[in-house]
Design a protein. Structure first.
Length: 277
C-alpha cells in the first residue's frame, strides 16, 4: 500500500477522528478540518507534519473553497477526500424551526456539495482521486422524527451518485458510506432536537426523541472497525458505489429496498398504461 494524503472534514470526533487516528498511525498524511482547533492539539503534538489542520465551518461556502485550495496548495496532492462533517436533527417536521431546517441542510447537504465542488478541479488536474461521502442507513430508509436528517442524506446520496458518473472519465471514484448505529458521540452529543409540540406524544415521531433524551439505547457498530472499513474501501477498484456498515444498517436497508421493489412491481401495468398508444 502506498502512503496517501487524505482530506477529511470534521476530525475532532466520531468517524472523522477515528479515521484520522488510524491513518496517522499508518504514516499517512491527513489534512483535517475542525471547528475548534484545540480539539486536535493532542494529535498535532504527536504526529507533527503528518497532520495539517484548518478551522472550518462547512456552512461557510467561501471558507470551504479557501480551505480546500490551501490544502491542495500546501500538500501538493490529495488522494482521498472524505466528506464527514455533519450532524443529526430530530423531531417531527412540524416541530422544527426554520433556522434548524436551514442549518441542517446547509451543513449536511450544501456543505458536502461544496466540499466536492471545491475538490474536483484539483482532482481532475492531478488525474486521479477518490471521494468518500458519509451518509447513513437513513440515506436509504426513513424513520419518523428524522425528516430533515433524511432530507439531507437522501439529497447527498442523489448528488453523489450523479457525480460518480460525471467524474469517472477523470479517474475519480466516488463511494457513499452508509453506517448504522455506532458508539460515537453522534447520537447523544452531536445531535439537535426540535422544540417539543405536545400533540406529537401520540405520533411515532416521539420515539426518536425519547431515545435521544434518555441516552440509554446501545449502538451496535464499532466505530474503529467502521473507520477501518472506510479506509480499506479506497483500495478497491473500481470504487464501490456504496458500502454498508453494521448489521442494523444491512437489515434496515435490505427491508427498505425489498419493499420498494415490491411496490414498484405492483405498479408496472399502471406505469406502462400512461405511455402514448
Amino acid at each position: 500500500m502506498n502512503e496517501r494524503t487524505w482530506l477529511i472534514t470534521g476530525i475532532s470526533s466520531g468517524f472523522g477522528r477515528q479515521m484520522t487516528e488510524q491513518l496517522l498511525k499508518r504514516g499517512e498524511r491527513v489534512a483535517g478540518t475542525v471547528r475548534n482547533m484545540e480539539a486536535v492539539n493532542d494529535l498535532q503534538a504527536k504526529y507533527g507534519d503528518l497532520l495539517w489542520v484548518s478551522k472550518l465551518d462547512v456552512t461557510d461556502t467561501p471558507a470551504i473553497h479557501r480551505v480546500v485550495n490551501h490544502a491542495f496548495h500546501d500538500l501538493g496532492s490529495i488522494d482521498v477526500v472524505v466528506n464527514n462533517a455533519g450532524y443529526g436533527l430530530f423531531g417531527a417536521a412540524e416541530e422544527l424551526t426554520d433556522e434548524q431546517i436551514r442549518h441542517q441542510l446547509e451543513t449536511n447537504l450544501i456543505g458536502s456539495i461544496q466540499v466536492v465542488r471545491a475538490a474536483l478541479p484539483h482532482l481532475r488536474k492531478q488525474g486521479y482521486g477518490r471521494i468518500l461521502q458519509l451518509s447513513t442507513v437513513g440515506g436509504q430508509s426513513a424513520f419518523p422524527g428524522s425528516s430533515l436528517y433524511h432530507a439531507s442524506k437522501w439529497g447527498i446520496e442523489g448528488f453523489a451518485e450523479s457525480v460518480m458518473a460525471e467524474v469517472a472519465p477523470f479517474n475519480i471514484g466516488v463511494t457513499i458510506v452508509e453506517p448504522g448505529s455506532a458508539r460515537t458521540n453522534f447520537r447523544y452529543q452531536s445531535s439537535a432536537l426540535a422544540p417539543k409540540i405536545d400533540a406529537y406524544e401520540a405520533s411515532p415521531a416521539i420515539h426518536v426523541r425519547r431515545i435521544i433524551e434518555e441516552a440509554k439505547a446501545p449502538s451496535l457498530g464499532d466505530p474503529a472497525k467502521m473507520a477501518a472499513a472506510m479506509i480499506n474501501s479506497v483500495d478497491r477498484n473500481p470504487a464501490p458505489k456504496r458500502i454498508v456498515l453494521g448489521s442494523d444498517a444491512y437489515s434496515t436497508i435490505h427491508k427498505a429496498l425489498t419493499e420498494r421493489l415490491a411496490e414498484l412491481e405492483q405498479q408496472k401495468d399502471l406505469a406502462f398504461s400512461t405511455d402514448f398508444d
